[in-house]
Design a protein around this ligand. Structure first.
Ligand SMILES: Cc1cc2nc3c(=O)[nH]c(=O)nc-3n(C[C@H](O)[C@H](O)[C@H](O)COP(=O)(O)OP(=O)(O)OC[C@H]3O[C@@H](n4cnc5c(N)ncnc54)[C@H](O)[C@@H]3O)c2cc1C
Ligand code: FES
Ligand code: FES
Length: 492
């Protein structure tokens, strides 16, 4: 079978076929330096500020999906098979501004203007989303990945609301054209980009991926690049051989049965969010706070596990839920309880040439009490100082028959609190048990002090999260632990 030596995509309405570029070339550098699309700005170059936001359009379930992503931490080859739009594409053919741009003018949504193209692109992505509404909480979520140091956010939120009153834009007329173009790219064939600086392999099937990685175990696997992108832009690493996970359509699937949810290696947090939130609402609430819309549109659930970080938000959520990883090397697959994947700092139970093919989350028993608490300095767009997740079932006598507690940020790996679980299992869920558990949790972990928090703070908060879990789950529950209606509050 022939392997393409170029990627193909549309930049606005222009067909692009590109080959021979270095594996680490970012979309942002290519747009600015090769195509002189300088409306897309470089602010932080690490996915934090949103100044580089562009729109990536792909077909999913026979529909067009318009997604905002950070061009600074997306690699050029990730555009294969897509149509992208930058701020230069927003005017209609007569030169009229997009409704979002008009609203930004009307509402005085820009001052120095540096953040404005990025904001406008995130706003257009939200405008194109089927679930877009004028709900302020939802708008805040959509724009949480864009930072502005001068305007203040109120006029921008008002502009978003104003734009939503205009029901259609010039992209609606182009919808069929875009679909036809993207369908021509399907099914995607395998592709290999070779350049003096290195190689990128874009397999089209899981079999091809498994075989290429088995033969090249030193290559760098890249799914959404929201971690790997920073190795390039911040650490200035070279990546001489990259193997793409995102090019494999079958791994972007979510399967649901009566008993479990199966999340393929290419599934982004945005795609998985509602399915996970349906079975584990508190996990959904934490996922809503992972990075920003742009980060969740690119970052995968399995990439968050694959990187082995002790402060990744996914692992504790899934350890408490008793999830399993499907690992694959060549044709051989094995399943592993997710907690066993994390051996030590920087060390995971993954053999050379083996990758995570999927995460499988069992659907919880209807009596399971599952709570997850993310503690970070900022509400949005911040890495956890610590994250505590509790899953418990009690019998009709009030005795605890099942308990699983997992923490991130408290050890060199995401980790279960075994001593605390032992202090609770089989006991009545009352204040005496809570006190024993608060003592036990101090023996489970020896956390570090770092820029996110001190050891003392982590210990204190871990115990306090137990108290919060007790306050939310002991009967009768009388304490209000969550701000009622915070999502509906205005910025001003
Ligand atoms: C601005 C910003 C904010 C962020 N906020 C958060 C946050 O709030 N919470 C949080 O947890 N994370 C956060 N992250 C980190 C990141 O977004 C997540 O870890 C994300 O889920 C990584 O997924 P990815 O697909 O982008 O991984 P990639 O960057 O593609 O890969 C990450 C690592 O996992 C490996 N890998 C990827 N897929 C597999 C696989 N299938 N099998 C084996 N190894 C694999 C890669 O080789 C690499 O080592 C943030 C990142 C940024 C840039
Ligand atoms: S430049 Fe800041 S998110 Fe890309
Ligand atoms: S208008 Fe100046 S940073 Fe937003």
């Amino acid at each position: 079978m022939s392997v393409r030596d170029h990627i193909q995509f549309y930049l606005g309405d222009q067909y692009c076929q590109v080959s021979g570029f270095a594996p680490e070339t970012t979309v942002l550098d290519w747009l600015r330096e090769e195509r002189h699309r300088t409306g897309t700005k470089e602010g932080c170059n690490e996915g934090d500020c949103g100044a580089c936001t562009i729109l990536v359009v792909r077909m999913q379930d026979n529909k067009l999906q318009w997604k905002a992503v950070n061009a600074c931490i997306q690699f050029l080859w990730m555009l294969d098979g897509a149509q992208i739009f930058t701020v230069e594409d927003l005017r209609d053919p007569t030169g009229a501004l997009h409704p979002v741009q008009l609203a930004m003018v009307d509402q005085h949504g820009s001052q120095c203007g540096f953040c404005t193209p990025g904001f406008v692109m995130s706003m257009v992505a939200y405008y194109k989303s089927p679930s877009a509404s004028t709900d302020e909480g939802a708008i805040n979520d959509a724009l949480a990945g864009n930072l502005c140091r001068c305007t203040g956010y109120a006029p921008i939120v008002k502009a978003m609301k104003q734009a939503l009153a205009t029901k259609s834009d010039h992209f609606d007329q182009k919808e069929q054209t875009i679909k036809n173009r993207l369908e021509k790219f399907l099914p995607r064939s395998a592709c290999k980009i070779s350049a003096p600086a290195g190689t990128v392999s874009l397999p089209a099937t899981a079999e091809e991926l498994a075989s290429i990685y088995q033969d090249n175990p030193d290559a760098t696997l890249v799914a959404g690049a929201t971690d790997v992108g920073l190795w390039v832009t911040k650490r200035l690493n070279s990546l001489p051989h990259i193997i793409s996970i995102g090019s494999v359509e079958s791994l972007k699937a979510l399967h649901e049965t009566d008993d479990e949810l199966w999340i393929g290696a290419g599934v982004t947090y945005s795609r998985a969010h509602s399915a996970i939130a349906t079975i584990l609402p508190d996990a959904g609430e934490v996922i809503r706070r992972i990075g920003s819309t742009q980060v969740r549109n690119a970052g995968t659930v399995c990439g968050n596990i694959g990187n082995g970080s002790p402060i990744g938000d996914g692992p504790p959520l899934f350890i408490a839920a008793e999830a399993t990883l499907i690992l694959r090397k060549g044709q051989v697959t094995r399943s592993l309880p997710i907690e066993d994947y994390f051996i030590a700092y920087g060390k995971q139970d993954r053999h050379p040439g083996e990758f995570i093919e999927a995460l499988v989350i069992p659907k919880p028993d209807k009596n399971l009490l599952y709570r997850a608490y993310k503690i970070s300095k900022r509400f949005d767009q911040d890495i956890s100082a610590l994250l505590g997740v509790f899953a418990m079932t009690c019998n009709s006598d009030g005795l605890v028959t099942h308990i699983r507690i997992a923490f991130g940020g408290m050890a060199a790996t995401p980790k279960r609190a075994y001593a605390t679980e032992n202090a609770i299992l089989g006991k009545p869920w009352n204040e005496a048990t809570l006190e024993d558990a608060r003592d036990a949790i101090q023996t489970d972990f020896t956390p570090l002090s770092d820029m996110r928090s001190s050891e003392w703070y982590r210990r204190q908060v871990a115990a306090n999260l137990l108290t919060r879990f007790f306050a939310e789950t002991a009967t009768p529950t009388t304490v209000e632990t969550r701000l009622a209606g915070w999502k509906d509050k205005a910025y001003v």
